[in-house]
Design a protein around this ligand. Structure first.
Ligand code: PLP
Length: 447
């Protein structure tokens, strides 16, 4: 103990240039206001709690994680092979800060072939997944005190605002609009905004923008920037399309620049292999947008050191050119994900038809299903009333052994009755178990 104290005291001396008395010791260790007030990810916290329950032996149907079980959903075999081959070739030194040229070229071709978007290598920045790129966009276009419009529910925009010292301007969306924001939602706030952060397919709902809704928002941005011309920074658009190749049935992914080419001056896309190649732990993502600004972002991220490992970059650059392997992988991966989403959705519709207070939005994209448990005010078998969403979430976890993430973890109001259900770690048998367990738990409730 004495030694620990000494080390801490030495550190304090190094940081402050003076020895502190015992009384002021903790005060000396204060951190920045930003760090002091940053809250951790609510979803990761919840997932951690569920993991602890599972570790202690409880059999939980865990639908909370926006990740994959590699035993169920491994990365593409050829990508795996290319990663090992890259390490065996000794691809282990620093990559260039903007990403290796081969990968930026492959991404450029991939975007042209699969999304009909024309972005040159210099418009593309590689990093270790989407997160640092989102952070980089926030830091590149925003000054402290600037305003960011983002929809609720959405993933982590509140935290990125905090990190950038920006003011969040969240706009509440509705189930009727599939939880996607519309031009009408955004219009009242756009005159004061510096960034609009959008995501489609959306985490947490798994729903996508319709062409009309996204087009309306693009027109607002273009109109606003014509109005500002030369007088004020333009309003930029962050378009997170990390799930875009995971669409089902007739669902079609749309994007700002394809709809309105003039949006190319203001749009930053966020993309990568984390979700559609099941490679969350491989850590390769890319952002693309106006080259002049991407260059600034590159400088910021180079000091963070957020580059993806060189060997993974080499592997992904080769894999992105393997059209057949990609098509084959996506075909079977999407089939497996869709099987689970459809199965759970069908179960919920059956329960709804039986008169239980549940609902869902038909699966459109990603690995998520939007589920409603409208159970506030119901009484449990032992007479407890489910007063709020926290009570409902706990009841479903304890009685049905089903773990879901309430939308309030994504910024929706605490009374929201909607939940995110992720199938990234679901086994085929979990679909049946979900229906049976939920039915059983619902049957024990009364009004
Ligand atoms: C919408 C969205 N964007 C970005 C990310 C982060 O992706 P990455 O793991 O590549 O950092 C996630 C992860 O869950 C996400 O859901």
């Amino acid at each position: 103990m004495a030694q620990e104290g000494n080390i801490a005291e030495t550190l304090t001396t190094e940081l402050t240039g003076s020895h502190s008395g015992a009384g002021s010791f903790t005060e000396e260790l204060k951190v920045s206001g930003m760090a002091e007030t940053l809250i951790g990810s609510e979803i990761i916290k919840l997932a951690g709690e569920i993991r602890e329950k599972i570790k202690s032996g409880e059999k939980i149907l865990n639908f909370t994680i926006g990740d994959f079980d590699p035993q169920i959903f491994p990365i593409p075999e050829e990508l795996n092979h290319q990663i090992i081959a890259s390490y065996n070739r000794g691809e282990t030194n620093y990559p260039p800060a903007e990403g290796i040229p081969e990968l930026r070229k492959s991404v450029s071709l991939f975007l042209r072939n699969r999304q009909h978007l024309a972005y040159k290598e210099n418009d593309i920045l590689i990093a270790c997944g989407a997160r640092p790129l989102i952070y980089g966009i926030y830091r590149t276009v925003l000054d402290p005190g600037d305003t960011v419009i983002y929809p609720l529910p959405s993933w982590n925009n509140n935290h990125y605002c905090h990190l950038a010292g920006a003011n969040g301007c969240p706009v509440e969306t509705s189930a009727e609009r599939n939880f996607m924001p519309t031009g009408k939602d955004i219009e009242p706030f756009i005159a004061d905004a510096n960034l609009i952060a959008l995501c489609s397919p959306l985490n947490p709902s798994g729903t996508i923008f319709s062409e009309t809704d996204l087009s309306d928002i693009c027109e607002l941005v273009l109109h606003e920037n014509r109005r500002r011309k030369g007088r004020k920074k333009p309003v930029y658009l962050l378009y997170d399309q990390i799930y875009w190749l995971l669409t089902y049935g007739s669902t079609k992914h749309v994007d700002p620049v394809s709809l309105h080419p003039a949006m190319a001056d203001y749009t930053f896309y966020v993309d990568g292999i984390s979700k559609y190649f099941s490679g969350t732990g491989v850590r390769v993502g890319w952002a693309f947008g106006p080259g002049r600004i991407v260059e600034k972002m590159k400088s910021i991220l180079s000091h963070v050191g957020a580059w993806a490992p060189r060997a993974e970059q080499c592997a992904v650059s080769r894999f992105l050119c393997m059209d057949n392997e990609i098509d084959n992988f996506l075909y079977s991966f999407k089939k497996q994900v869709q099987l689970r989403l459809d199965g759970i959705y069908d179960g919920l519709m059956k329960l709804k038809a039986e008169g239980f207070a549940v609902d869902a939005i038909a699966p459109q994209a990603s690995i998520y299903l939007t589920v409603r448990l409208n159970l506030h005010g119901y009484r449990t078998g032992d007479g407890r009333v489910l007063v709020n969403t926290a009570d409902v979430t706990r009841y479903i976890l304890e009685e049905a052994k089903i773990a879901l993430v309430p939308f309030y973890a994504f910024g929706s109001g605490p009374d929201s009755t909607w939940y995110r259900l992720s199938v990234g770690t679901a086994r085929p048998g979990d679909v049946e178990d979900f229906y049976r367990n939920l039915r059983n738990a619902l049957s024990k409730l009364s009004l």
